[in-house]
Design a protein around this ligand. Structure first.
Ligand SMILES: [Ca+2]
Length: 179
């Protein structure tokens, strides 16, 4: 019991001391890498790509496109994109219905349920449009587009994007509490 209490105190005391250093190695440490709510966010606002390329790029560094599965994350993205960077408004997020038309799945494998923020102007789903983007200038509304450039790249569907990574749990997981 004492050990449990000490561990809990340790985790509360030190678990919140996460910094950018707890983000995965190999990601450039600059103002486009942030930490929020235990996750790291990499804002590729200057590197537009089609959805599939963007998704592979995040995956290559151990992450996914950003999972906007609650309003807190949505508000955070709007703050960063509009007020911090002042550049991108429409960015790819990690949600698509590529596997089954009309069945949306987040890139961590969880189905879309609960929170959603589809644009009121959205015209239902379409077999051509399977990949979801987020519009920071319009309350973070979601809509869909092609996942890939078309006609061998002559018709582009590139957008900026945001990658998400799980941050290490502060220093608590690397250094056990002294008991
Ligand atoms: Ca679709």
């Amino acid at each position: 019991m004492l050990q449990f209490i000490l561990s809990t105190v340790f985790l509360i005391g030190f678990g919140s001391a996460q910094t950018i250093d707890d983000c995965p190695a190999g990601i450039i440490r600059d103002k486009y890498l942030t930490l929020h709510g235990g996750n790291c966010f990499e804002f590729l606002v200057d590197w537009p790509a089609d959805y599939n390329t963007a998704s592979e790029d995040c995956g290559a560094r151990g992450g996914t496109l950003v999972l906007v599965n609650n309003k807190d994350i949505s508000d955070y993205l709007i703050d960063q994109l509009i007020y911090e960077y002042g550049k991108a408004s429409k960015v790819w997020i990690g949600l698509n219905d590529k596997a089954k038309e009309g069945t949306y799945v987040w890139e961590d494998g969880t189905p879309l349920s609960g929170y959603s923020n589809w644009a009121p102007t959205r015209n239902g789903t379409s077999a051509n449009h399977d990949c979801v983007f987020f519009d920071a200038s319009k309350q973070g509304f979601w809509d869909e587009d092609f996942c890939e450039d078309q006609l061998f790249g002559f018709i582009e569907h590139k957008r900026p994007y945001v990658c998400q990574y799980r941050a290490r749990n502060g220093r608590a997981t690397t250094t056990p509490p002294p008991l």
